[in-house]
Design a protein around this ligand. Structure first.
Ligand SMILES: *[C@@H]1O[C@H](CO)[C@@H](O)[C@H](O)[C@H]1NC(C)=O
Ligand SMILES: *[C@@H]1O[C@H](CO)[C@@H](O)[C@H](O)[C@H]1NC(C)=O
Ligand SMILES: *[C@@H]1O[C@H](CO)[C@@H](O)[C@H](O)[C@H]1NC(C)=O
Ligand SMILES: *[C@@H]1O[C@H](CO)[C@@H](O)[C@H](O)[C@H]1NC(C)=O
Length: 437
């Protein structure tokens, strides 16, 4: 054990001793960057504060001057211990104020619905220039624009109403939206079914009829439209630091959450070239994020239950050496990994579809840092936004929920804003250079 670990151990036991509480769960994870101690005890004994009943975990900051502790308001029982551990608040003590019985600061993430429910919310993109959030409703084929200044949502509807075709609409399903770089013309890129589309939008509610040619609407690329891939569609995608589009596809989904495996691919689309396959096969191409130095690309194929990473060459637009970052199943995390973003500390925020939560993972250590419960089971994607890029916008879905589940989750389908996380975006989301010509 090196000196740092020994020091952390000392601090850790200090917490245990002053707690005077019952040690129920003890899990130790020594890593170069953090030392987690998960236990529960009578929180009141530590902090002298009423209301919170259990302390579940603690995490030392990198410089060892802060002790973050997690607490819950409900008693633990054997079976739900792990799950409940994620339902928590976080509070931070400075070492010099510890072990005295008071808080240094108290910051509880606040989760607020900011839009009404759509059917299958996805693909949030914060436009830092104009301070609005774009997001899609895949099954209703909407590009939505939420303006926090007015609290209003407007939509651009693609195609005819396709409610009956929603699960696997050949040629249907609007899955991403990214503003085009450097345009004052309100031009955006979206994907619908097999098509990549550029469109001009006034930002008022509008319908783009996909069966007609329109001067406001151009299909610039089409993939997987051959007969054996007819049931595929585009899914998640993002622009990289050079404005190139990385977007992937997925196979047919006859029942929500049940996708024919290995039918899709991840593509690169850049100016001057048609779509180029970068990863294949893929089952459900989803979350993408790049690190600060643009040397790593994080990637989620939902069906793997995993977040992976590639070495990334930003000049050549090449990826290599795929490897695991975090396996949700191995870590007993509820849900399937879906959309993803990265924060200013280089940590990943991952939407957990059918997991009612967003998790925060340190990709260097593969450790779980945080989990934020969301009052909707089908959490689809996340992105940072707001004037300081410190609001985590979370999209959710109500598609495929039973009537009973819809009653239990009346907010399912809403966009939520999570504040008080104490982190912000690594960088504003990139806009796209249209991959035409
Ligand atoms: C535009 O559509 C949104 C839903 O996307 C609706 O809430 C709003 O009332 C509509 N606005 C107008 C002016 O019809
Ligand atoms: C199409 O573009 C024109 C301007 O070029 C604009 O006036 C019109 O509102 C746009 N249509 C839609 C549906 O946004
Ligand atoms: C959008 O508007 C620009 C300029 O107003 C125009 O050049 C372009 O052809 C329009 N249509 C599309 C699909 O971008
Ligand atoms: C993730 O972990 C689970 C449980 O150990 C395993 O079954 C699964 O294959 C892992 N995923 C990948 C992509 O290796």
């Amino acid at each position: 054990m090196d000196a740092t670990a020994a020091f952390r151990l000392t601090v850790g036991f200090l917490v245990l001793l002053v707690s005077g509480g019952y040690v129920g769960i003890l899990a130790v994870d020594v890593s170069p960057r953090e030392w987690n101690l998960i236990f529960h005890c009578t929180l009141g004994r530590i902090f002298g504060r009423k209301g919170e009943s259990r302390c579940r975990g603690c995490l030392f900051s990198l410089d060892h001057t802060l002790i973050h502790t997690t607490v819950g308001r409900t008693p633990l029982d054997e079976g739900s211990a792990h799950r409940r551990d994620l339902y928590r608040t976080i509070q931070t003590l400075t070492r010099d104020k510890h072990p005295c019985a008071r808080f240094y600061s108290y910051a509880e993430p606040i989760v607020t619905p900011v839009t009404g429910p759509v059917e299958h919310g996805e693909g949030p993109h914060w436009d830092a220039e104009t301070g609005v959030l774009f997001f899609v409703d895949i099954s209703q084929e909407l590009v939505n624009r939420y303006d926090p200044a007015t609290n209003k949502v407007t939509h651009a509807h693609f195609g005819e109403s396709v409610h009956k075709r929603i699960l696997n609409p050949p040629g249907g399903g609007v899955s991403l939206v990214i503003p085009v770089q450097g345009t004052e013309t309100q031009q955006l890129l979206t994907t619908r079914g097999h098509d990549v589309i550029l469109f001009n939008w006034s930002y008022e509610n509008a319908t783009f009829d996909c069966s007609l040619n329109s001067k406001n609407f151009t299909v610039i690329a089409t993939v997987e439209s051959n007969r054996n891939k007819a049931g595929n569609r585009w899914n998640d995608g993002k622009a990289d630091a050079k404005g190139r589009l990385w977007a992937g596809t997925m196979g047919p989904e006859p029942v929500v959450g049940s996708v024919t495996p290995d039918q899709g691919s991840l593509y690169l689309l850049q100016a001057g070239n048609g779509p180029v396959v970068k990863v294949s096969p893929v089952s459900i191409s989803n979350g993408l994020a790049w690190n600060k130095d643009n040397t790593l690309m994080y990637y989620i194929d939902t069906a793997t239950g995993q977040v992976d990473v590639f070495d990334f060459n930003v000049d050549e637009a090449t990826i290599a050496n795929r490897r695991k970052v975090f396996n949700l199943t191995e870590n007993r995390i509820a849900g399937h990994p879906d959309g993803m973003t990265i924060d200013s500390n280089g940590n990943l925020w991952i939407a957990c579809f059918d997991g009612s939560q967003v998790i925060n993972v340190d990709p260097d250590t593969g450790g779980l840092i945080d989990a934020v419960p969301i009052p909707a089971s089908r959490v689809t994607s996340v992105t940072f936004g707001g004037p300081s890029l410190d609001i985590l916008y979370v999209t959710t879905s109500r598609l495929g929920l039973s009537e009973e589940e819809k009653k239990q989750q009346p907010l399912a389908g809403s966009v939520f804003a999570v504040t008080g996380l104490g982190v912000s975006a690594l960088a504003p989301a990139n806009n796209v250079i249209p991959p035409t010509r």
